[in-house]
Design a protein. Sequence first.
Length: 200
Amino acid sequence: MHETGWKKMHVLTNAGDQALMIPMEVGVLFVFMLCRCWRMAVAWAVMVLAGSGVMLLLKLYFEACGPARHRVLYSPSGHTMAATMVYGGLLSLTRLDRVSLAVGVLAIAVLEGWTRVALGYHTVVEVMVGGGIGIVMVAGFVAWTPPRQTKFRPILSVLFVVMIVAISMHGWHPNIERTIQSASRLYFSKWECKKPPLHE
């Protein structure tokens, strides 16, 4: 792939990085609370905590023993899950009908997942797991939020928060994945990993 193509790929894949996702999640929650949209705020917080919690548990479980020789499912894609959940959640604030929203959320999952596989960070199964969790979280958020005709209106405020976060967090990459791997191997490996047979 051409160097420019690689740079564009990294820009797309970094759209799901926790350095961007976490401040954005907090920023959007703050906007909901500021406008006293309490139902939206609770639904958003539950979605983010549930999605992040499920992904954390899966990573702690699957990463305990290190990648297998023939890797299929070792580290479910947190980038794919987060991008699908956050951008899909934001997309649901618009007045798209449910079919268009479903197509849009699926497109986000596929695009982010494709970049993770193309760059060699994850397998197809890992991004499918991440994307699937993200889609389920968005579906729950949509189910909890008000009907379409009373949807959240100050979408420009949310987009402004997204833009500010994107600019301020550009270039910063926290080592959350490495921390999870270390914790997983420290606390879970003794229960999850099969010990090699003893040779007589």
